[in-house]
Write a protein that binds this ligand. Sequence first.
Ligand SMILES: *Cc1c(COP(=O)(O)O)cnc(C)c1O
Length: 855
Amino acid sequence: MQPLRSFSVVPRLPENLQPLWKLAYNLLFSWNGDIVDLFARIDARLWRESENNPVAFINSLPQDVLEELSQDEIFLSRLDETLEELDGYLSRTGSAFSFANQDSSQPVVAYFSFEFGVSPCLPIYSGGLGILAGDHLKSASDLNIPLIGIGLAYQQGYFRQSLSPDGWQTERYPVYDFEQMPMNLVKDEQGQAVRFDVNIGEQRVEVQIWQAKVGRVDLYLMDTNIQENPTEFRQLTTRLYGGDVEMRLQQEVLLGIGGMKALKALGLEPKIIHMNEGHSAFAGLERIRVFMQEQGLNYEAAVELAASSCVFTTHTPVPAGNDRFSPDLMRRYFEGYAQQLGLAFKVFLALGREDPRDDAESFCMTVLALRLSRFNNGVSRLHGQVSRNMWQKVWPQFPTEDVPIGSITNGVHHPSWVADELTFLFDRYLGSNWREEADCEKVWRNAETIPDGELWRTHERLRERLVSFARERLRHELLLKGARQSEVDASEDVLDPQALTIGFARRFATYKRANMILSDKDRLLRMLENTSRPVQFIFAGKAHPQDNEGKKLIQQIVQFCRESNCRSRMVFLQDYDMEVAAHMLHGCDVWLNNPRVPLEACGTSGMKAMVNGVLNLSTLDGWWAEAYKPDNSVGWSIGRGEMYDDHRHQDYVESQILYTLLERDIIPEFYDRGHGNLPRTWVHKMKQALVELGPMFTSHRMVEDYVRVAYLPAYKNFLELTADGGQRAQELAHWRMDMMTKWDGLQLRNIQTQDGGELYVNERVQVSAEVQLNSIAPENVIVEIYSGALDQEGSFVQRGAVEMTCSEYTEDGWAKYSGTFAPGKPGRFGFTVRVLPRHPNLLDPHSLGLIHWAS
Ligand SMILES: *Cc1c(COP(=O)(O)O)cnc(C)c1O
């Protein structure tokens, strides 16, 4: 039996220290070093032990320390300054973007995510997806974008990892006390917790809401652990990715449908919904239901409105990674809901099926999200391409290239991830605006002016810090395990603060191939045992509790560390989290990443490494396929992004490349020391990476991209479609129906070009065509020349589309179109003509799935 919630006795803060709470209850401290300094100044040891949690920290302060502090003039003036800084940040107005006519007390965008990684003290994340969501909120706050986050308050978070003596992962689930964390239960004016209920299947479940402040952005977390709820449903918000398939479905109902209800209970009316991954796709359904109920729209009009103001980001390039639920399970939870939408259950299920007519197909959350959003994107260029391939069946008429899934490459929040020691250098040489203007090329160009020696010495200090951190961690692990004193003492000698340090840390999903470096143990040992050019490895990462293959990888590494004579050159740090990540990303020399292409959608840890001057060594997957320069001037690539059918062969080939790169390039370069023991070539690479990649791979650039290409157009759509009480949404729905009925009657004929089989590069080719519009108005279609290079089989390998213009319109519905195109390079080239729908509220002409090709 667990207590519902425990209460803690807290110290009484003297009046003049009360403002400390304000600093503690805003997660701004996770990217503002001054606030952290202030806490650490009170008691550095207690602060370290509080695991970055200022609320728990203040609550742990002895009363006499507080009394003394309240008399400490120097501290009090520092407190004042820091508060001023916070207030200044929070009250800053103005933004590069404006959402016209927006009520400033209301958010425009609600960002839904299953996990958020904002700070290690709020452990409701498992990996990259959550950290990305956290960085999204932080950049939105910095850029003053009116956005809020919606997620779940997992009382046991994600699991904590320990390893058994033989290296097998075991999971612990500490129960977190929300009262001791930087978040508050949302209460109404009478001081009562704001509650709402949501139907999860047959069960009505009560929900309360926690609010965490992420700078200017509010993060709302739903919690069902309330006495009135049946136990089964109280446990709904216990663990992230913890339960079985049915619990996952229930959690997703809570996130999507509950999330929409939470907004209502909070009096918030965001116009745009951003679904970060398919987990929250039920939010789209709930919006449709509400638009029908409250605005009196019919289903079709409500879909138009909901989809036109929804943004969906997909993250998973592996089919199995996308949540799917069986039709039977869906029936138990959604039969009544489908009725409320006025849909036959089969039609409802079709929303989540790639092939709507396939009754055997399960219900896929990603497909639902794709169908309920008119703006869809992957998280790197390569992942966009992979996603278009993966979901082509949802748009059966379209060539893969035209599947309406674009890409916005992820970024990381620099101020959260750059080591303090480096921020001093950046302040001095990049200018103090490197935080705000993280995506400005001019700012990052200044990285060239950082003196080599200063950068290298700073980096060496960070490596040394990492080594002490690792030793301390290992010592702690050994003490907990009750190891022999000699073993504990030996942890003092682990790792060498001067040695080339290679880091590998991430979730232990098998496609990330954490054990690749072990594939030729002798070759690895030769590197590890070299005393003149020492090399060492630090590993960390958790495997999902049900992923035995992932756990085996951890075990292999741990056993190798143990069995070889290289214990002091290869270590595995337990319980990977944002804190461990930060130390590793600050202090390694090389960040190793060898996922099987193209399974890493983006990968963000490498970006965090890059802004700390840590060089990347990675397969050409995700972001690295965009960032890598073939002259190796910003880091190294393992292979050239080839994809293999034979995985064993691939692993062999790529591991050989990895060893060779290390032996031939990386180790010699690191130890090629010149004047002042500086590795000049290496330091130049560190700087070059900052200059070239710094401005691109930041979450400021990412959030700005979302604002420009997704949020602003979606906002405009929402305003236009809801003006006149939803009249325009109704019209758009009618228009769509009309297009769908008339579309089959489109015809293309008389497609002509000037004669001649041979063309010259860049020579313009005139094309004309006649289109039977079947009484569709010309302004409602786009007629395009679709042209490009052809492969051996005569299929397009690369293509572009040029709009044709209507020159003549005849009585019987035929219109004459013309246009030109020019082949840009020699080789086989082809073209065809196609027709797409056009409407001012349609973000992407492909998203309706209507297309007519010349036959
Ligand atoms: C950045 C980060 C990740 C994501 O790393 P990938 O390279 O995308 O696998 C995972 N976990 C933590 C703690 C991180 O900070």
